[in-house]
Design a protein around this ligand. Structure first.
Ligand code: C2O
Length: 554
């Protein structure tokens, strides 16, 4: 190819989807920008000065290269949430797990290929609390010529739900860490960066979603919230759910969706009311005695031809403790399980694991209150290493982690009953080792320690099948008989219900080190995290690739 043609193709590939390119280049400048939300201005960390950040568009089978340049004072790393990263764990992004962070003034090119996935995912910073403002959508279209397994929508719209603090987010968590207690809840929820109209503030009116009568739209809804699950609803309209976490589901209709931090949900919306303006609302779901930001974010669905002065049809989102609404929604999720998109649920199990998901309290001499609230899995509060675990694993560096993470809690008690008096946890950087291609069943059991709570657990590097869930303590004799091994929903982030349990299954077909944690940022900070180390297989294509040369150093 002549040089000028190559340059032309390269430039064209920078414009999303203008031409078909198998390699897509993006540049992320991590910079401070001034944001106006709730009518107060503050500097925030952003990608390319935008909040939410830019959408990455790609097709299944494409290779994506994102050059991240760090222009801020914080260490930075970026995670491509839900991308499987087959053999390319180096590009996964969680700081100190798969890479050392990108230091101020440094850069790193994330290089990964999207294999066997299509749908809505997202990207976010994976260090400190930077993901509050450093996040955006990652849209994977099907291969060229492959249709959706549902009627093609007229248009697609990305909707990112978030949480906003008036003060600096890093200051919020630093203060909490000093005190040993919980951080302040957010001051507002947001829809595409806006809370909706703010009284006495003309510049803050909220997002307008224009629609044409009788057309069908696909909303790619992403929860980038930090600490709260959300209900999402549009006045007068039903939503047809067609996909979650970039896997197709059996379509079903609902008037409310519930979405946890980390999750994505694609819905079809038919503008079948002809005209008018309709309220779009996002509000918290919390069915435990935990403080939340009880603000409702709003936007407007606006039919073409409707005057701006027309009154908006209002809707009330479910109350924050509406467990039945949330349960009905999650119980409706089933894998599409078609010939083209089969649900490959592991039917034999090599590792049967039982993890308690819990809060705890440890003594803390330096804390104002004398104690520190912590979180743990199987009573282990995860301690972040100083060197990335994947490097330690790949280069056989001793002393960074141990591979003795326990497959069950140290003591069995009535997990969801009255809490034990001793709520202390152990510290450790302990991993669970899996042979390549082994199969795992993992029961995640919430406990009543301090308070039961719904924990959205996210596993990096894999999708898993949600084969069962229930309230109370998991019963190993009775409950497995009720597992759905035919068409369970497949996803990367699942809620463990308040005072209940969830069972997942996955196949360890991706060598590397894979983080698993609660996607409520406060719980990750408190130590509700661990990692799996998956050894290389023996066959071709079953080993992790060598690290890229520009991999950041600690
Ligand atoms: Cu979306 Cu480990 O994160």
């Amino acid at each position: 190819m002549a040089a000028w043609i190559r340059v032309l193709v390269l430039v064209a590939c920078l414009l999303p989807l203008v031409v078909e390119c198998r390699v897509r280049h993006y540049k992320f400048n991590v910079v401070m920008a001034n944001a106006t939300k709730l009518c107060s201005r503050k500097p925030i960390v952003t990608v390319n000065g935008r909040f939410p950040g830019p959408t990455i568009y790609a097709r299944e089978d494409d290779t994506v290269l994102v050059k991240v340049v760090n222009h801020v004072k914080y260490n930075v790393s970026v995670h491509w949430h839900g991308i499987r990263q087959l053999r390319t764990g180096w590009a996964d992004g969680p700081a100190y797990i798969t890479q050392c962070p990108i230091q101020p003034g440094q850069n790193f090119v994330y290089n990964f290929t999207i294999t066997g996935q299509r749908g809505t995912l997202w990207w976010h910073a994976h260090i400190l609390w930077l993901r509050a403002t450093v996040h955006g959508a990652l849209v994977i279209l099907p291969k060229l010529g492959v249709p959706y397994p549902f009627p093609r929508p007229h248009k697609e719209v990305v909707i990112i739900l978030g949480e906003w603090w008036k003060s600096d987010v890093e200051a919020v968590i630093n203060e909490a860490t000093k005190s040993g207690l919980a951080p302040n809840v957010s001051d507002a929820h947001t829809i595409n960066g806006h809370p909706g109209p703010v009284p006495n503030c003309l510049s803050q009116r909220g997002v307008n979603l224009p629609v044409d009568p009788s057309k069908t739209y696909m909303l790619r809804i992403i929860s980038a919230a930090l600490n709260e699950e959300l209900f999402f609803k549009i006045a007068g309209h039903k939503l047809t759910v067609v996909e979650v976490d970039a896997t197709y589901v059996k379509p079903f209709k609902t008037d409310t969706i519930v979405i946890a931090p980390g999750q994505t949900t694609n819905v079809l919306l038919t503008a079948d009311l002809g005209s008018g303006k309709y309220l779009v609302a996002a509000s918290p779901f919390m069915d435990a005695p935990i403080a939340v930001d009880n603000m409702t974010a709003t936007a407007t669905l606006h039919y073409s031809g409707t005057l701006t002065t027309t009154a908006t049809t209002l809707t009330a989102p479910p109350p924050k403790n509406a467990t039945p609404v949330a349960t009905t929604f999650t119980n409706s999720l089933r894998s599409l399980n078609s010939k083209k998109y089969p649900a490959k649920v592991p039917l034999t199990i090599d590792h049967s694991l039982f993890f308690t998901i819990s809060l705890g309290v440890n003594p803390c001499a330096a804390c104002a209150s004398g104690v520190r609230v912590v979180a743990d899995i199987n009573n282990i509060t995860f301690v972040m290493p100083k060197i990335a675990l994947l490097q330690a694993h790949f280069f056989n560096m001793p002393g960074v982690f141990t591979d003795d993470f326990p497959g069950k809690p140290p003591i069995t008690f009535n997990f969801t009953g009255t809490q034990p008096t001793n709520m202390a946890t152990m510290n450790g950087t302990r991993l669970y080792r899996l042979a390549y291609n082994s199969t795992v069943q993992l029961v995640l059991q919430d406990t009543g320690m301090i308070a039961p709570e719904n924990h959205p657990i996210h596993l990096h590097g894999f999708n898993f099948f949600v084969v069962g869930k229930g309230i109370g303590n998991f019963n190993p004799k009775k409950d497995p008989k009720k597992f759905n091994l035919v068409d369970p929903v497949e996803r990367n982030t699942v809620g463990v219900p308040s005072g209940g349990w969830t069972a997942i299954r996955f196949r360890a077909d991706n060598p590397g080190v894979w983080f698993m944690h609660c996607h409520l940022e406060v719980h990750t900070t408190w130590g509700l995290k661990m990692a799996f180390v998956v050894d290389n297989g023996k066959g071709p294509g079953e080993s992790i690739l060598p690290p890229p040369i520009d991999l950041p150093k600690c």
